[in-house]
Design a protein around this ligand. Structure first.
Ligand SMILES: NC(=O)c1ccc[n+]([C@@H]2O[C@H](COP(=O)([O-])OP(=O)(O)OC[C@H]3O[C@@H](n4cnc5c(N)ncnc54)[C@H](O)[C@@H]3O)[C@@H](O)[C@H]2O)c1
Length: 380
């Protein structure tokens, strides 16, 4: 087995949410080791958080800028940088990382504007660097199975796509209680122009694009801010016209009391349909025209190779969010090794979401917000 890669994390300090998930996911397959960090928004908290994680003193940085400048001069510089800060700092931090020659893994939504995402994409290409966006739901084995079945023509021509991501955690004015994840998500300066749309709508949009391969042509959106005082949407409904004639309905909401992470996908073609729901992620229900439904299960028989290589433990032992996230990271580290001369990229590397997917997600938000403001269809 080849030597583990090393990485630095920006954000993800004590009390943060997703940074720890990334660290667990990377550690699951021992494919990279955390050796450096600028983990928090203030220098003191960055250093304290680095100590909690046992990082070496000389690689516990106060700011991302310091990290990039000092790591870039080290012989054992990190192989890649994971950026898990709130949305407003994604662009400047990712740009600086790419300019210093580091591969980047950036959480969603990629940037505040699609022009910024395009700039990152161009920079990654010109510097021959990876820029992955952690659309982690693409890592589920049964999502990859769904994608393979649609690509293989099992559903025929796709007619209708339903994408839902429903949560309830922002049903009340949580931001006024000092809950930090809520506070920045409802602030347009920090979150960007999309509320629920940017936070979870980008995941739903990406899931639809990844599984169906369809490209959105235009959107018609209706946005609501149900909780008084909110400037951004906490509920969004978007009708999507896809190139080629298929039609989509995307609904995302963070005011659905009782919902945890209700991300689901239903796709209807002229030969059959499929249904996947992330809260029962090991199952994919496929129904062919005039036939009974068949439930495919992760680890079970008759699955595509993309689902098989994304599975670790036998059927009946549940896998979930962390394993799917880890599948994206196996692809990331395979892709980096391949770019460093280890041969052709593996199948897992070919499945990872890139900054181009991130750009498309930000564009989807921009067009949906414009559509809702103008009350008309907007072309992507
Ligand atoms: N892929 C997913 O499923 C998923 C889930 C949750 C969040 N996210 C995304 O991850 C990002 C972080 O979200 P979160 O919920 O973990 O937020 P959070 O508020 O819990 O954590 C953010 C962390 O970044 C730090 N930080 C802020 N500015 C910084 C800077 N300039 N330099 C270094 N550190 C800085 C904060 O101190 C904190 O430690 C967001 O972009 C969010 O959209 C993705």
């Amino acid at each position: 087995m080849s030597k583990p890669l090393t990485y630095a994390m920006i954000g993800g300090g004590t009390g943060a949410f997703i940074g720890e998930v990334h660290r667990h996911a990377i550690a699951l397959d021992s494919c990279a080791t955390l050796v450096a960090g600028a983990l928090s928004s203030t220098p003191d908290r960055s250093i304290q958080s680095a100590r909690m994680l046992g990082l070496p003193e000389d690689r516990s940085y106060s700011t991302s800028q310091e990290l990039f400048e000092r790591e870039a001069t080290r012989e054992d510089r990190v192989d890649f940088v994971v950026i898990v800060t709130p949305n407003d700092s994604h662009f400047p931090i990712a740009k600086a990382a790419l300019e210093h020659g580091f591969h980047v893994v950036l959480d969603k939504p990629a940037t505040h504007t699609s022009a910024q995402a395009q700039e990152l994409a161009d920079l990654a290409v010109s510097n021959n660097l990876l820029c992955c966006i952690t659309y982690n739901y693409t890592g589920y084995p049964m999502v990859r199975q769904a994608r393979a079945m649609i690509a293989g023509g099992v559903l025929g021509t796709i007619r209708k796509v339903f994408l839902e991501y429903h949560q309830g955690w922002l049903a009340s004015d949580l931001e006024s209680t000092g809950q930090k994840q809520a506070a920045w998500r409802v602030d347009p300066d920090r979150a960007g122009i999309g509320g629920a749309l940017g936070d979870i709508g980008t995941h739903a949009e990406n899931l639809g694009a990844f599984v169906t391969g369809l490209e959105a042509e235009s959107v018609y959106a209706v946005l609501h801010s149900f909780v008084p005082g909110r400037q951004l949407d906490d509920d969004a409904s978007v009708l999507i016209n896809y190139k080629g004639g298929a039609h989509g309905v995307l609904t995302v909401s963070q005011i659905c009391i009782g919902q945890g992470n209700g991300l689901s996908l239903r796709v209807y073609g002229d030969k059959g349909s499929l249904i996947w729901n992330q809260e029962c992620a090991d199952e994919l229900v496929v129904t062919l025209l005039d036939a009974n439904p068949i439930t495919y299960t992760r680890g079970g028989p008759g699955l595509d190779n993309d689902a098989i290589i994304s599975t670790r433990i036998p059927q009946g032992h549940p896998e979930g969010y962390l394993e799917a996230f880890a599948n994206v990271y196996r692809g990331v580290t395979d892709a980096i090794r391949s770019m460093h001369g280890a041969g052709e990229p593996s199948r897992l590397a070919r499945l990872i979401p890139t900054i181009e997917d991130g750009r498309r997600g930000v564009r989807f938000v921009e067009c949906s917000v414009e559509s809702a403001a103008k009350g008309r269809v907007v072309c992507i």
